[in-house]
Design a binder for this molecule. Structure first.
Ligand SMILES: Nc1ncnc2c1ncn2[C@@H]1O[C@H](COP(=O)(O)OP(=O)(O)OP(=O)(O)O)[C@@H](O)[C@H]1O
Ligand SMILES: [Mg+2]
Length: 310
């Protein structure tokens, strides 16, 4: 630049302008690099969080598959190769408390860091939030929720209930409005329909047009007793509590008994048990004159009492 100035090819003002432009570009490049590094670090942390969840082997590998797919499609695009459209609408099948919301939240964060979604937040709704009670009401309700979810994930719990009620019900109208919204906002909204396995299968059968719009199906299996115990221990550890061996044994007995009647609420049931036991420990300790560190840390057998939670 300076040479051009010296040669008289650029005026002083032009030279200064060019130098400032160069400097700006340089600092923009540095900012961009910083941003990319930060996203990478965030992404690593989110994946760590995902990996720290107990069990969910198939879910974890699927999430990583999605992440890899998005990344490689982006690289192919840069190399001017053909790309598959990144359609990430998903069906989550599984019982309550099997980690669906937890995983959806992590996926939102991953897609944000990857630049697929602007915000990556999750808006959780159920039938009553999107199905209206009179003509025209449904469209307004769906629109409101879509607006909230733009840039993130719209998560519809017990989605099969939209097909409830037959022809006169507004559920069908809600489905149609959702499909339209998916098309209109295909670059900035991910839709997740969640619900029990069989009900979701049925729902997709009644609405064959929907199935092809949701290419990703994730199955959340019920946790084994062992996994539930690990989840309980992990939850306690995170709060700096520990379960004694006897407490674990009691928890196991309760879970086994519950397991005979299906639908024990899975991880949510365990969370309620752990939270309850923390309160019970507090009551047991309250009023004692001297408490050592271990007293404060350990949850004992008598603190575990879960039967009346559900
Ligand atoms: N694999 C896991 N490891 C550790 N904690 C878990 C795991 N799965 C679920 N949890 C915990 O269990 C609780 C319930 O999980 P979550 O809300 O994600 O379930 P859900 O499938 O969305 O349930 P629902 O269908 O009732 O909404 C949460 O507190 C979550 O942190
Ligand atoms: Mg949930």
């Amino acid at each position: 630049m300076l040479n051009l100035y010296k040669l008289g090819k650029l005026s002083l003002n032009e030279t200064l302008d060019e130098i400032i432009k160069d400097k700006n570009q340089e600092s923009m490049d540095i900012d961009r690099k910083k941003e990319i590094n930060e996203s990478k670090k965030n992404l690593e942390n989110i994946i760590k969080e995902l990996d720290s969840l107990i069990g969910l082997k198939n879910v974890k590998s699927l999430v990583k598959e999605i992440q890899a797919f998005v990344e490689i499609q982006e690289k192919r695009k840069e190399a001017n190769l053909l790309t598959d459209p990144v359609v990430l609408h998903m069906i989550f099948k599984g019982s309550p408390g099997t980690g669906k919301t937890t995983v959806a939240r992590l996926i939102g964060k991953i897609l944000k860091e990857m630049g697929v979604l602007e915000k990556g937040h999750i808006v959780e709704v159920e039938r009553a939030d999107i199905v209206g009670e009179y003509i025209g009401h449904t469209a307004v309700k769906v629109k409101q929720q879509i607006k909230k979810a733009l840039g993130g994930i719209l998560f519809i719990d017990e989605a099969y209930s939209l097909a409830r009620g037959g022809e006169k019900d507004f559920g069908k109208e809600a489905i149609d409005a959702l499909v339209k919204a998916m098309e209109d906002n295909k670059d900035n909204l991910v839709l997740i329909l969640a619900g029990y396995n069989d009900e979701m299968e049925n729902f997709l059968k009644i609405n064959p047009g929907l199935k092809s719009r949701f290419p990703i199906h994730v199955e959340f299996r019920d946790y084994s007793i062992n996994e539930l115990i690990n989840i309980a221990e992990e939850m306690a550890n995170k709060k700096e509590y520990k379960l004694t061996d006897k407490a674990i044994h009691k928890l196991e007995t309760i879970l086994e008994a519950k397991n005979n009647h299906k639908n024990i609420g899975n991880a949510r049931f365990v969370r309620n048990m752990v939270e309850r036991s923390i309160r019970k420990q507090a009551v047991r300790l309250q009023g004692k004159s001297s408490l050592n560190r271990d007293d404060l840390i350990f949850i004992k057998e008598e603190d575990i009492e879960g039967d009346d939670i559900y």
